[in-house]
Ligand binder design. Structure first.
Ligand code: C2E
Ligand code: MG
Ligand code: MG
Length: 616
């Protein structure tokens, strides 16, 4: 029998175990045969005795009778001592093969059978453990105690190997979900968790500090030295920050060139500012990358939870964010602490958002103005950009940069985008029969927050269908940063929009981190070059080649190029010489209310200007 050599070292062979049942039957048959043969011998002896009785009893024959009687007795003993335990063993093997792993005692057994029984028990135990391990693996309970050691044998080893691999994979996934791949720092999610835990620990509001650190010139590094060098700068930044904080502080990377240092609990504004100064000084030391030595500077924004004022994670993050925003607005290498004035400003901001929300609900106080986009070649205009205006009750007009940025802090911007989409489609429907305006397309700005939620396409189609205008009359503008941050996600939605005939435009190109070589990954038809490219032309006479390069690459990718911010004739001439397709700017036309548009289209002065433009 396969178990006779003691405990199992190989996985038990189920088929052999089942054969045990057959073996019992064979033993049964052997016993029965022996009984039969013993009976035969006794009968033969009796007959012989009868025959020999005439000649008298012979001593040898007596001995034979004695021997045969002993055989019969032994057979009976064997029958009792072996058959029942063997049957029980066979039954257990059968149940085991059917998946019943329970072990039961059999009392005293003959030693050979006890050995077989022990081997069978071992096999059952091992199988039971293998099953528990497989169950734990299948349900992902990788810390299950059964998975701590391998079951002996090849099957056990191979399962244990799988467990080790799955555990390693899971450990890596958990790590990746909480860490930034480039720098190995905590990512945004882990930062929020850590801050939440730190705040939960704080008794009586003792300071938990949040410090945003934002590199000032990072875009420049990417543009000039390439993304590899950019990555090296980010990795070095991470190392330098880590080298200066205490072990209890946490350094995180939120994305791009935004870092977050969580300080404390137990910090004060003063000590946080001192730390910020040390960190910023360390980042100003030139960084040597594979291609060049680069210099960056950084700004910091700090918020510390006040004693007695319970702060939430999002409040503190929002405050530090507002502080770094202010620091950057004031120049390079600055440190700003979120203070009372900023709190007042934030509250004012919240009030403004609440009022914008009620203006959106009522539909009053908001309207669109339209800025023509002209073809550079002949000055014709076939599209207008719809721009939102808000007349805040009791305050007057609020600049779009202000109220749009405030709305973008929450999903209110999505409501605003929907309002603009509907308003734009209503306008297109109104113009349908107009000889001047009927064929115009409208460019509508959509916030990055609107992307990636599966609502952009339904929102656009809802608006076009509600007003019965073709989806092809809309051009959806998304800023470079909102699209390029997540090109794959954005591309699916933008491609779906394009399948309905709506064109897509990348707005404010040049303000994000896109290198022109990345443009091929973005599903847009139109590239709008940010006005900073033209505005900086006077101070750096070399803007022309850069704009020319962007235009050439965009053309090679089949995009139409629009230049924004054409403020003087020289801008227009430059664009014309560089082969730019379209232009938009105060020199050509300012954003205007609907009622002025017809005049603009018919105005002979403008017509002359356009004729002059086309002759350039
Ligand atoms: P944008 O989409 O890049 O719009 C162009 C902005 O540049 C407009 O500012 C326009 O008035 C301004 N502009 C046009 N030509 C010139 C020029 O020659 N020189 C200068 N200095 N500026 C020029 P506006 O209307 O203040 O809008 C600012 C930004 O606000 C827009 O930038 C857009 O990002 C956002 N925005 C405006 N309306 C909406 C809207 O309805 N929805 C969303 N989501 N965002 C909007
Ligand atoms: Mg725009
Ligand atoms: Mg723009």
């Amino acid at each position: 029998l396969m178990f006779a050599d003691g405990p199992l070292t190989q996985p038990p062979n189920l088929a052999a175990l089942v054969r045990l049942a057959g073996t019992t039957a064979a033993v049964d048959r052997a016993i029965r045969l022996t009984e039969q043969q013993a009976g035969n011998l006794i009968t033969t002896a009796a007959v012989k005795m009868d025959q020999d009785s005439q000649h008298g009893l012979d001593a040898t024959f007596g001995l034979v009778v004695l021997l045969l009687t002993a055989v019969a007795a032994l057979t009976l003993l064997l029958y009792r001592g072996v058959r029942n335990p063997m049957r029980a063993l066979a039954e257990r093997a059968r149940r085991f093969s059917e998946g019943d792993f329970s072990l039961r005692g059999y009392g005293r057994l003959p030693s050979e059978i006890a050995e077989v029984s022990a081997a069978l028990d071992d096999a059952i135990r091992n199988f039971d453990q293998l099953k528990t391990q497989a169950d734990a693996l299948a349900t992902g309970e990788l810390s299950h105690p059964a998975l701590r050691r391998a079951v002996p044998g090849k099957l056990g080893e191979s399962l244990f190997h799988s467990v080790t691999r799955v555990s390693e994979l899971q450990r890596r996934l958990v790590h990746e979900a909480r860490h930034d791949a480039l720098t190995g720092l905590y990512n945004r999610r882990a930062a929020i968790e850590a801050l939440g835990m730190s705040l939960a620990k704080v008794e009586g509001g003792t300071g938990v500090g949040v410090m945003f650190i934002d590199l000032d010139d990072f875009k420049q590094v990417n543009d000039v030295h390439g993304h590899r060098a950019g990555d090296e700068v980010l990795a070095t930044t991470a190392e330098r920050l880590l080298a200066l904080v205490r072990p209890s502080d946490r350094v995180c990377r939120l994305g791009g060139d935004e870092f977050l240092v969580l300080i404390g609990p137990g910090t004060t504004i003063d000590s946080s500012v001192r730390l910020a100064a040390r960190l910023i000084a360390s980042l100003e030391v030139p960084i040597t990358t594979a291609v060049a030595t680069v210099r960056v500077s950084a700004s910091a924004g700090i918020a510390v939870s006040d004693p007695g004022r319970p702060a939430t994670t999002s409040e503190l993050l929002g405050e530090a964010d507002a502080a770094v925003y202010r620091a950057k607005a004031e120049g390079r290498g600055n440190i700003r602490v979120f203070d009372r004035q900023m709190r007042l400003d934030r509250n004012a901001d919240r009030e403004m958002v609440a009022e914008l929300e009620s203006s959106l609900l009522s539909g009053r106080d908001l309207h669109l103005v339209y800025q023509p986009t002209l073809l550079v070649a002949d000055g014709r205009c076939d599209r207008l950009e719809a721009l939102c205006r808000w007349d805040r009750p009791g305050h007057g007009p609020v600049p779009p940069d202000v109220f749009i940025r405030a709305a973008e802090r929450s999903d209110l911007i999505i409501e605003l985008d929907r309002w603009v989409l509907n308003q734009a489609c209503r306008q297109l429907a109104d113009w349908k029969a107009d000889p001047d305006l009927g064929a115009l397309a409208l460019q509508v700005n959509i916030s990055g927050r609107h992307l990636g939620r599966g609502i952009l396409v339904p929102d656009v189609l809802q608006a076009t269908r509600a007003h019965d205008v073709p989806a092809g009359m809309l051009i959806i503008e998304l800023t470079e940063t909102s699209v390029v941050d997540r090109p794959d996600l954005a591309s699916d939605e933008l491609n779906e929009l394009r399948s309905h005939g709506t064109r897509t435009a990348l707005d404010d190109f040049g303000t994000g981190y896109t290198s022109i070589s990345q443009l091929g990954r973005v599903a847009v038809d139109i590239l709008k070059i940010d006005r900073s490219f033209l505005l900086s032309e006077d101070s750096h006479g070399d803007r022309g080649p850069v704009i020319g390069l962007v235009i050439d690459v965009a053309h090679a990718m089949g995009m139409t190029v629009v230049a924004e911010g054409v403020e003087v004739a020289s801008h227009f001439n430059l664009l014309s010489s560089l082969g730019c397709d379209m232009a938009q700017g105060y020199f050509l036309a300012r954003p205007m209310p609907e009622e002025d548009l017809r005049d603009w289209f018919r105005n002979p002065v403008d017509r002359t200007r356009r004729a002059r433009l086309s002759a350039v």
